[in-house]
Design a protein around this ligand. Structure first.
Ligand code: GUN
Ligand code: ZN
Length: 443
């Protein structure tokens, strides 16, 4: 029996999703769990029970710590389905579209990750930033250097986080210091999988960067790894930019379209995430949906690189899962609020605005489901891992003024989605531990 010291209760308003709330102004019936005076009972890193505080209170052991979040709002920890930790320090590099941006800023920066100390420094800074904005899980690109993966997984493991990450594969069209030996890179990945996949809360994602930087042999070898171990995730990029698409057509003339390159090599499956997918035909969306794959919608990145406007509702029409992502460092903000705000703005330009219900669903349970992590995270329910974000809806004077005018939870959430930032994250919990407390150093 665990005693009260291994347990605690977080008390306050809470919001969690049971299912997709749909696109309407009101969430679909039964899709939302909302409690004004809720309790999340934590035990040994997991959620033991969730309910009205008054119903839970009589069951609590004497002496249990109750943490008061009365004027806050608890939600499941946010999830980022596509992000490059190694690009943290090149965020906000001026004025290029994808291919020039890669050559001018990204590849030179990634070369630095040959050095383990640099990788460790950036991994620590990146995870600290993520926790500061309430993101407790992400699917993460490292570089082609195994060092970068070791550094990232080590830092994530120390913090007890659920994270997916992998070594980038690229064997052409990049600086020599980044290009890996086709099969040597595969052996490196196999070793990393042996060392890290399934260790604690970590999972490995096979990471061919994108079609232009891999030969067919390399993509084929990565596809072979997936066939041998279908529980691995896959992450890559697809149809982000017109110049990129034209280049793929030149490099892979035998393929009928960009997606066909990945299909040919067995890389399109239920655990595959394709970042961007802006310039897709409905047939491509349908093929992705049939495979159970997901597109990572990265709105701040798409606006920043001028890549285009992502058609979210065309994906919904095809039953294609859409996840939400920051795509740092082309993305301009790690915060899920910034991603939601930009997604809303992109939606406005396409006459498909994003409701706060849909936005916060995607950032939590929606992303968890699409990444097949929902048996662990994404909602506040008994048995899940205790990853939570505690939001302060009135974090700034402006937010306090704005929230004074809101009358419904939908309005309150929408104001947070547009005006919220790192200051709105009061605390972050991961694996049952408080890993970030605003204004207080925990290290
Ligand atoms: N396509 C291939 N690599 C990258 C990358 O690092 N960032 C973005 N946004 N697109 C890519
Ligand atoms: Zn990316």
């Amino acid at each position: 029996m665990l005693d009260a010291r291994d347990q605690r209760v977080l008390r306050g308003p809470l919001l969690s999703f049971n299912s997709d709330p749909g696109e309407g102004d009101r969430p679909a019936p039964g899709s939302v769990l909302q409690l004004d005076d809720g309790a999340v009972w934590l035990e040994a890193g997991q959620i033991r029970a969730v309910g009205d505080y008054r119903e839970i209170a009589p069951q609590l052991p004497p002496g249990i710590e109750v943490i008061d979040y009365t004027d806050k709002l608890m939600m499941p920890g946010f999830i980022d389905s596509h992000v490059h930790f190694v690009q943290l320090d090149i965020m906000a590099s001026y004025g290029r579209q994808l291919l020039d941006w890669l050559n001018e800023y990204t590849f030179p920066e990634e070369c630095r990750f040959a050095e383990r100390a640099h990788a460790e420094d950036v991994a620590d800074a990146f995870l600290d930033e993520q926790l500061r904005v309430g993101t407790t899980t992400a699917q993460v690109f490292c570089t082609s250097h195994p060092n970068s993966v070791e550094a990232f997984f080590t830092a994530a493991h120390q913090r007890g986080l659920r994270m997916l990450a992998g070594k980038v594969h690229m064997d052409r069209n990049a600086p020599a210091a980044l290009v890996d030996d086709t099969y040597g890179g595969i052996r490196d990945a196999e070793r990393l999988i042996g060392d890290w996949h399934g260790k604690g809360r970590l999972g490995y994602a096979l990471t061919p960067r994108f079609a232009p930087t891999s030969t067919g042999e390399q993509l084929d070898a990565v596809g072979g790894m997936l066939r041998n171990a279908p529980d691995l995730h896959v992450q890559t990029h697809l149809s982000e930019n017109q110049g990129e698409i034209a280049w793929v057509a030149e490099l892979f003339p035998e393929s009928r379209d960009y997606l066909d390159v990945y299909e040919r090599y067995g890389l399109v499956g239920p655990r595959s995430t394709f970042a961007h997918g802006i310039h897709l035909t409905q047939d491509m969306r349908q093929r992705l949906a049939d495979a159970g794959a997901n597109i990572a919608f990265c709105p701040t990145s798409n606006l920043y690189l001028g890549s285009g406007l992502f058609d979210r509702l065309a994906c919904r029409e095809a039953n294609l899962n859409v996840t939400l992502a920051s795509d740092i460092g082309a993305g301009t903000d790690l915060s899920g609020f910034a991603t939601l705000k930009a997604a809303y703005q992109v939606g406005q330009l396409l006459d498909q605005p994003l409701t706060a219900w849909q936005g916060f669903y995607r950032l939590t349970l929606g992303n968890a489901r699409a990444l097949h992590l929902d048996k662990h995270i994404g909602s506040l329910r008994a048995g899940n891992e205790a990853d939570l974000v505690v939001l302060d809806p009135r974090a700034t004077p402006l937010l306090a003024r704005r929230q004074a005018r809101t009358q419904t939870l939908a309005e309150q959430l929408f104001a947070l989605m547009i005006l919220g930032d790192d200051r709105s994250v009061y605390a972050t919990w991961a694996g049952g531990r408080c890993v970030h407390q605003r204004d207080v150093s925990l290290s």
